[in-house]
Design a protein around this ligand. Structure first.
Ligand code: F6R
Length: 604
């Protein structure tokens, strides 16, 4: 949700800023801009995608060895040229990029307007350059002006400021991500590491309320009072190729095809003793021995992965609730002393999920984050963190991270059982050995090739429904979410048993129904298939192809290899990802950047 970059280089930084923004385009893409400092401060910004900014930059040719940039996902004010970042003060001498929301912007704007400042946009961000300007007018030096400004801001923000009179960047964060990349005497500030992954893998994670300054003297991190902070410098193990499409038409397709590797990474080194042991080095033995029930908080695809994991816990007799993070944050349920609250979030930056975990922590609950991003806010702020190790995901629609979340949670659940009872569940050996074979089973699905010819028959229908039970239910929800996200067609997922309580009214010959068969509750699923067939709906069964009772009833089959039911949902989900991709591609949709959506939703 908005991407910001800052760049301090030895030579001209314009190309590097634009590349950084292109790499962050998944965070927002309805307007973009840069500001660079040469003899003067030049700003190029406009509504539209980054390719359009690139064209404008080629025309106006700004240059400079220090600059900032922004790609926007609108929250305050429509995507217009005026509302695009960077925003500047009255004199055009202070440029600011910002990700997040300034909650007290109206009061600040009124105050600044009363002092004579003139605003040119509808954004909350514009108060920042004017506050810096006001402080400079009152005699403060640049650093003091920046600190005074930050002290006035309420809300969540990551901000980078560039002033005409100084070859220096000032940045800070409060609840929104910000990371510093270090490449010798060159520096990058960004919302996320892929912005600069081609240039350096050496990073410093900036903490909330820290101020970082970057100049010819190097970088310096201080707290809000100006006292030095000594942050850890880390080398991330992400491959720079992860930020490229590697010959695929879209990041989403590449990431779908990366699933065998991603899932392999998630389980690598975590299954031992000939499928009898789970080794999660993150946790001391017995860490979860007191946990009696689990609450998951998550959004979107991570919510569906949590629902999937709930089934693992149910199967092992552990009471579990899954909450939409947006609801939990505002209407939290009671939490017992022995409740573990698990935030599942790919990015580790989703504001609703962070707010939920913060609430849980504030009332004394034990908190665990399951995330893909090692330096993310969620990974650093709560009691424990477990990493899914899927590698960076750039496509806005989550794919490989769903699979990696599910398999990581499967391992976690076995570990939880072991801590509570002293031994793994009876299902553990079968689960663990099938988890080890899951990458090759996903490979089989990816090479199956049925989706293209099956979906030829089902393009341009009125609506698409997805049904399932047990682990097939979250897969049905996820199949529908992916479908609506990238095709913009009407799609809904249901627990198969719910159809007769309302949704059947929508079902007819022009509403194909995807039925997810995991090998559990087959009779009941077949009854639900008959219900929709009786209304004329064609049914596409996602099932093992030898399952005659299913294949003889459905109209088409998307096959999945045989494995334990607990993991068949992951394979079915891969087929459904391919279904959504196929339809979206045929419709010419902007698959990696679906309209109105952003990958990392850092506002509540
Ligand atoms: C769907 C999608 C979103 C995210 C949701 C949570 O394809 O990507 O629904 O799953 O915004 O994001 P994280 O997992 O980063 O908390």
């Amino acid at each position: 949700m908005c991407g910001i970059v800052g760049r301090f280089g030895d030579g001209d930084v314009v190309d590097s800023l634009v590349t950084g923004l292109t790499n962050l385009e998944y965070r927002g893409y309805d307007s973009a801009g840069i500001a660079v400092l040469d003899d003067d401060l030049s700003v190029v910004k406009q509504a539209g995608e980054i390719s359009e900014l690139e064209a404008a930059v080629a025309e106006t040719r700004p240059s400079g060895s220090v600059g900032i940039g922004h790609t926007r996902w609108s929250t305050h004010g429509p995507p217009t040229d005026e509302n695009a970042h960077p925003h500047v003060d009255c004199e055009g001498s202070i440029a600011v990029v910002h990700n997040g929301i300034i909650e007290n912007h109206e009061a600040l704007r009124n105050e600044l307007e009363a002092q004579g400042h003139e605003f040119t946009s509808d954004t909350d961000t514009e108060v920042i350059p004017h506050l810096v300007e006001q402080a400079l007018d009152e005699g403060a030096d640049h650093e003091t002006a920046f600190r005074r400004t930050v002290a006035r801001l309420e809300g969540s923000f990551a901000v980078v400021v560039l002033c005409r009179d100084e070859e220096r960047l000032y940045a800070t964060r409060q609840g929104s991500p910000l990371v510093l990349g270090v490449d010798g005497s060159e520096y990058f500030l960004a919302s996320d590491i892929p912005a600069f992954l081609e240039e350096t893998r050496d990073v410093v994670y900036i903490e909330d309320e820290d101020v970082v300054t970057v100049s010819d003297d190097g970088f310096e991190v201080t707290d809000l009072d100006g006292d030095p902070v000594d942050p850890d410098r880390e080398t991330v193990d992400w491959n720079p190729e992860a930020a490229t499409k590697k010959g695929y038409d879209h990041f989403m397709l590449k990431e779908i095809h990366e699933q065998p590797h991603a899932v392999g990474q998630s389980v690598r080194g975590r299954i031992g003793g000939d499928f009898t042991d789970v080794q999660l080095a993150e946790f001391e033995p017995g860490t979860f021995s007191d946990v009696r029930n689990v609450q998951f908080v998550a959004a979107g695809t991570s919510f569906h992965a949590s629902l999937y994991a709930r089934q693992f816990l149910f199967d092992r007799g552990i009471p579990t609730h899954v909450y939409s993070a947006g609801e939990y944050a505002t209407n939290p349920p009671p939490i017992d002393d022995d409740t573990l609250v698990v935030g599942v979030t790919q990015s580790g930056e989703t504001a609703d999920t962070l707010a939920s975990l913060r609430h849980a922590q504030a009332v004394g609950a034990r908190t665990l984050t399951v995330t893909n991003v090692v330096g993310s806010t969620a990974a650093r702020e709560f009691d424990d963190a477990l990493f899914i190790r899927a590698g960076p995901e750039i496509g806005v629609a989550a794919t490989k991270t769903f699979s990696s979340q599910v398999v990581t949670l499967a391992l976690f659940v076995e570990r939880l059982v072991k801590d509570r009872t002293g031994s793994y569940s009876d299902d553990a050996p079968a689960l663990l050995s099938n988890l080890s074979s899951l990458p090759s089973h996903i490979e089989t699905v990816l090479h199956d090739g049925s989706v293209g010819h099956v979906m030829q028959r089902y393009r341009g229908e009125d609506a698409y429904f997805f049904i399932g039970r047990a682990e097939g239910y979250p897969v049905a929800l996820e199949g529908a979410l992916k479908f609506k996200e990238i095709t913009y067609e009407h799609a809904e997922g249901f627990a198969a048993g719910e159809l007769k309580h309302g949704p059947l009214a929508l079902v007819g010959p022009n509403t194909p129904v995807f039925a997810v068969f995991t090998g559990r509750n087959v009779e009941k699923m077949l009854a639900n298939v008959q219900e929709v067939k009786a209304r004329g709906a064609p049914v596409i069964g996602i099932t093992h192809p030898d399952h005659e009772a299913v294949t003889s009833v459905v109209d088409d089959v998307l096959p999945i290899p045989k494995t334990v039911p607990a993991l068949r949902g992951v394979l079915a989900n891969v087929q459904l990802q391919l279904v959504s991709y196929d339809v979206a591609d045929a419709l010419g949709r902007d698959i990696d950047k679906p309209r109105n959506l952003a990958k990392s939703v850092t506002v509540e």
